[in-house]
Design a protein. Sequence first.
Length: 256
Amino acid sequence: MNRMTWSTLGDVRVEAPAAADSLQAEALQSRQALIDGLAEVDPTLMDSVIAASSYDDIDAAAIKDSLRRATCRGQVVPVLLGSSLRSQGVEPLLDAVIDYLPGADETALTQQLPSSDDLCAFAFKTIHQRERGAVTFLRLFGGAMKGSSTVYNHTQETGDKIGKLYTVMGSQLLETRSTSMGNIIAVTGLESTVTGDVLVDNSRSAERYQTAGVSLPSLLVPDPVVMCSIEPYSSREQKQLVEALNCLAKEDPSLR
């Protein structure tokens, strides 16, 4: 095991702790507790523990593999500490995302799809921008997507047209020509798609998913708890009010 320390500027330093270090003894006890806990939910690690003469014989790779299997099965949740404000603990967090979370082809939905080439995209967010209009954020569970292409809205049971694709980089949207399974992408041009809809290649794909019993993602929309009426100040503002309410309803399905 190595010790990771961060300076006030966020620089990371990795070093082997001294044998007499008090934290070394605590770390070894925590390591043993981690192995015991994982062995209770992971038979593969349990076999390694039984075959080993001591905890020292269980290498870090075996623990990491066991933790990943248990995490992907939803049996454990890794917890990491840090402060993004001070740039401390960010590196282990990013490594943990790669080491422990399931890949794009390992999700329960992806494994249900008849083929990894079949498009399955979930619209989880919609915003409106003055320059681009409606921007729909999609997560691709399967297949690929290109700009200026046609898709089928499985939820609304209608076709829709994709304008441009954008890679999401924080608050920036960078235009791209295509994207593939596992990515989150921003799309413009979709007219009938709202938050919570599922997009597939075509109507035949939708029928194939239904026949195969694929559990497509859905959005649980709570019932409204507040009701009110909105009226424009004048008849000239009627059109703008309707357009604004339609934009809000597209972003928030709970608004009816």
